[in-house]
Design a protein around this ligand. Sequence first.
Ligand code: EPU
Length: 428
Amino acid sequence: MEKLKIAGGYPLKGTVRISGAKNSAVALIPATILAESPVTIEGLPDISDVHILKDLLQEIGGPATFSDNEMTVDPSSMISMPLPNGKVKKLRASYYLMGAMLGRFKKAVIGLPGGCHLGPRPIDQHIKGFEALGAKVTNEQGAIYLRADELRGARIYLDVVSVGATINIMLAAVRAKGQTIIENAAKEPEIIDVATLLSNMGAKIKGAGTDVIRIDGVDKLHGCRHTIIPDRIEAGTYMILAAAVGQGILIDNVIPLHLESLIAKLKEMGVHVETKDDQVFVGPTEHYKSVDIKTLVYPGFPTDLQQPFTSLLTKAEGSSVVTDTIYGARFKHIDELRRMNANIKVEGRSAIINGPIQLQGAKVKASDLRAGAALVIAGLIAEGVTEITGLEHIDRGYSHLIEKLNGLGATAWREKMTKEEMEQMKNA
Ligand code: EPU
């Protein structure tokens, strides 16, 4: 096991290139199951979630290669092998195997997903969708069993706007008989990306990116080549980092439209942000104003950026309030930021940040992926050295983090944890 060390307090400068979107990748890779000839996806991020999904596809009989950020999967000989345990439990997005395997084989057994601990994360809307399409769904000893004689298109109204349920229902519906209509669908860019791949495979989908998606089922899908969209959350993380400690940072390979809510909030704080075609430049900032943030579904402020943004807000003059309406318990990073001298109170679904405060380096633990990103930014802001454990969370979502940070002039490195440190972590 390793820890990440950051010597903070130094200004960063330069250009950072953003990788492909994790939250697209984890759906695009399972989507390849639906085709009957090889699919190639370009620009995938080099993160542990991608490697785990590749292994899972191989387990069900689909040879897959991954090099230079490009994955090719041959789904022609895949079978509906039950995956109740093992790697499937390591990532939450393994739930996309349910929709994809149900769509292709009309049956699947998938262990209930793991992933980040952000409070309760039910999948009732996914199951409601599968049942509406004609599947029988049962939960037996921590695994979801899905089976259908045939899948028939249906009109499905989502009670909660859910990215995962929208994509999962699309995956199952593209090979169902007849038309499926998803109402109150999520509108995140990753949904459009998955719909684009499926359409290139021969699926008939209209309305992805709006709240009503219409899918006309087809009998078969074929292979294709697809380029993934850039990761708006990774881009947002580097924009926040640039606002906090940058002396002029260019973020390359971004779709600025995907980050309008963040850009608006950075500008409101007094940060200089300029957008170009596929780049965002964040200039140096002298004085940071406090702002309030409320996370919302896309195009609102993304929940995945509220934790990193909180670290930046420790530099702002006055009181800022961050409210998470998506995951009311996504505040595990706050105790760690407090260890670093932050003045933050949590009240219900809100964190109240009082600043400006000079953060100090400390030993902290990432409890989930974006908490990890928040601690990395805090470590760069802080005086002294910050030691971050829980790197397995950060490795799930940030491709080549240390190389990218050090490329901007940071001093960050990984070190092996001692036996005593690992013992202490287990007992914590
Ligand atoms: N929800 C339900 N029932 C469901 C599904 C969701 O009540 O069946 C609730 C959730 O509890 C949550 C809200 O609906 O309160 C939204 O959840 P959603 O289903 O949209 O989240 P998700 O698909 O599980 C994806 C991202 C998350 C991101 C959320 C919200 C992936 C793999 N994950 O999760 O990303 O926070 O959308 O935008 O796409 C991350 O990248 O760090 C991350 C956690």
